[in-house]
Design a protein around this ligand. Structure first.
Ligand code: UDX
Length: 434
């Protein structure tokens, strides 16, 4: 668990005149449910969290979070008086549904948990307000509304990033409220208490907004990764290209970091669900499907740069799908490990937070010891600051493939055989030190 320097959050109550404090039931205490529940408690509401996992509820009652997230322990403690954790559904007027919607084998979204929760809510209070926070395919909320005409539905997508989820929740870039019920929309605006722009739309538009946001970010990453491959081919520096195009306000600088591609719990799953849905409407999503293909191919590209030989020892530095988390869901490092293992390479791994079944070493030095190549797969500070001297001293051959273009020593003499992604100008070998 990371210790955080963030102080327990407390809203300036003097500035919150005229608000209603209400009781809300949040179903599901995963990432979305728990962070949303904490945010609501911070806004002064009484929050009842329900989850079928009894052990998790016991731990949460003691203030122990089930996920690694910056500042979450402190936030749980600071809001303990307004948060209850239980396995029993209370009768409530307002339910937020934040249960998982995993990927099925065909890529589509499994709505079993959402449907079971809504059925249970309607048994307890047939006229309750039901707010879906879970990511569900466009059309889901309207369909549920037809099945349960007495319930009042809204769909409010989340845009939280792991690692900064609490901060994102406190200062969202926008609040999208998808409902046909104007009273509920007004109530939700008060409930979430934000100064961010509110986008009030119908539920299907809200659902599609969530998928479109994640797909667009994935497209940006795959776009720059393709430009990176071309930069390697023609002898250009993709980081400078990204800088040069990102200064155009129509493009923007975010999500243009080339590297080993994206992973995580959202992008791959949401793209699979959206493309599966689009197929049922015979509306192909060429750009988004292309982003997914490029993302897969990017790992083959990293593999090419590694040039693995059977029997070699290769160190994967960083295993989590991004820094600041121990989350391994769809982590590019694990997908690369599979490819390397199939080639008969011995992999050693190191990550400051994530735990895997690989031959994972407790320190970075042990992971690179006697290795033929090291590959940075997650841009933790420890990888960025890895001194060339350590690579030279500990590795069999000091070779570093930088799958995140993050190594701090890349632009100075280092005596290491180094290669980034699309960074032609920073590709030096031992014999070509500037
Ligand atoms: C994402 C969305 O950002 C968030 O709004 C949504 O609610 C959930 O999905 P998250 O999965 O936490 O959040 O990670 P994010 O920070 O968006 O990064 C996703 C992946 O893209 C990571 O693997 C990261 O390494 C990669 N990435 C990101 C790049 O390769 N290049 C970039 O420029 C940015």
């Amino acid at each position: 668990m990371h210790k955080s320097s963030v102080l327990p959050y407390s809203r300036d109550r003097e500035n919150d005149k005229g608000r209603d404090e209400v009781q809300v039931t949040v179903i599901g205490t995963g990432y979305v449910g728990l962070v949303t529940a904490i945010g609501l408690a911070e806004n002064g509401h009484e929050v009842i969290c329900v989850d079928l996992n009894a052990e998790r509820m016991e731990q949460l009652t003691k203030g122990i979070p089930p996920i690694t997230e910056q500042g979450i322990e402190e936030a749980l403690q600071a809001n303990a008086a307004r948060m209850t954790f239980t396995t029993v559904y209370p009768e409530s007027d307002l339910y937020l549904v934040a249960v998982g919607t995993p990927e099925r084998a065909d890529g589509s979204c499994d709505l079993t948990a959402v449907e079971a929760v809504v059925a249970q809510i309607s048994r307890l209070n047939p006229e309750a307000n039901v707010v879906l926070k879970s990511t569900v395919p466009p059309g889901t909320t309207e369909r549920l509304q037809q099945s349960y005409p007495e319930l009042r539905f809204a769909m409010v997508p989340e845009f939280l990033r792991e690692g900064t989820a609490l901060a994102d929740n406190r200062a969202p870039s926008r609040l999208v409220i998808g409902t046909r019920d104007h009273m509920l929309a007004e109530r939700l605006e008060t409930l979430f208490l934000t100064t961010a722009p509110v986008v009030q739309v119908d539920p299907t538009t809200a659902e599609l907004t969530k998928y479109a946001a994640n797909s667009f970010l994935a497209v940006k990453i795959s776009f720059i990764n393709e430009i990176a491959r071309l930069a390697d081919a023609v002898g250009a520096d993709v980081a400078e290209v990204a800088h040069g195009i990102g200064l155009d306000p129509r493009i923007g600088p975010a999500f243009l970091r080339a590297g080993a591609g994206y992973g995580g719990s959202c992008f791959p799953k949401d793209i699979a669900a959206l493309t599966a849905l689009a197929k049922t409407y015979e509306t192909p999503l060429h750009v988004i499907e292309g982003a997914d293909k490029t993302n897969e191919a990017q790992l083959d590209y990293v593999l090419q740069k590694i040039r693995p030989v059977k029997g070699q020892r290769i160190a994967l530095l960083g295993l989590a799908f991004k820094p600041g988390t121990d989350d391994l869901r769809d982590a590019p490092a694990l997908r690369l490990a599979e490819r390397l293992e199939a080639l008969g390479v011995h992999i050693t791994g190191y990550d400051p937070a994530a735990k895997t079944l690989l031959d994972q070493k407790p320190t970075l030095d042990e992971a690179i010891a006697e290795a033929d190549a090291a590959v940075i797969m997650t841009e933790w500070d420890e990888m960025k600051q890895l001194e060339p001297e350590r690579l030279q001293r500990l590795m069999r051959t000091p070779r570093l493939i930088d799958g995140r273009n993050c190594w701090a020593y890349a632009d100075r003499p280092h005596g290491v055989e180094y290669e980034g992604i699309g960074r032609y100008n920073q590709t030096f070998t031992n014999n070509q030190i500037r």
